[in-house]
Design a protein around this ligand. Structure first.
Ligand code: GAR
Length: 208
């Protein structure tokens, strides 16, 4: 059974999708052991507590140096004996100590079809604002491993979502979550927990 630690910053709808999948039995061979938030007021923490999941809060601004925060977060997650770290709307950049400690064991959900609308500055609603500004007709979500390149790690799963005329960033964000993020994130976690994801250089292969 793999130990899953979920890092959050906000509303936690992706965390909820993971909890629901776990409760339905759609995540086998893994369980969420702890939810760690960068924000003490994140609603995601309420969702975790309501489901009897342990919570922690760690804020980068409480550290004088980023390296100190990086080390503290790494040690906190290691103390939970994490086999897998899931970034579910985690809005703090991870440091190199953390990324090295959990190489190919950190999964992020990004609200666009990488390599579109990704990289530094592309997070949350901004991603959808940019997709609408550029006028793309299709967007979606990507579950990928995290490496030192922002949104540049090996892609695990992607799902496309149609953009409709009259979409606002908020409406589009909700559709991308419902149709893509809440589906592919639990699927990617389940694949990982069952050792079905093989990393080959910058890419992955899903084994059956
Ligand atoms: C989600 O749309 C997630 O994909 C995005 O933030 C939102 C968090 O919502 N993440 C990023 O933009 C990371 N670059 P949630 O807290 O309700 O899951």
């Amino acid at each position: 059974m793999k130990n899953i630690v979920v890092l959050v910053s906000g509303g936690g709808t992706n965390l909820q999708a993971l909890i629901d999948a776990q409760n339905r039995g759609d995540i086998t061979n893994g369980r969420i052991v702890c939810v760690i938030s960068s924000n003490p007021n994140a609603y995601a923490l309420v969702r975790a507590r309501e489901n009897g999941i342990e919570t922690e809060v760690i804020r980068s601004r409480d550290y004088n140096y980023f390296a100190g925060y990086d080390k503290a977060l790494t040690e906190l997650v290691q103390s939970k004996k994490a086999d897998l770290v899931v970034l579910a709307g985690f809005m703090t950049i991870l440091g190199s100590i953390f990324i090295k400690a959990f190489e190919n064991r950190i999964i992020n959900i990004h609200p666009a079809l990488i390599p579109s609308f990704c990289g530094e500055g592309y997070y949350g609603l901004r991603v959808h604002e940019e997709a609408l500004r550029r006028g793309v007709k299709v967007t979606g979500a990507t579950a990928h491993f995290v490496n030192e390149i922002c949104d540049g790690g090996p892609i695990i799963l992607q799902k496309a979502v149609e953009i409709k005329s009259g979409d606002t960033p908020e409406v589009l964000q909700r559709r991308v979550m419902e149709q893509a993020e809440w589906k592919i994130l639990p699927q990617a976690v389940n694949l990982f927990c069952n050792d079905k994801i093989k990393v080959i250089g910058d890419t992955t292969e899903i084994t059956e």
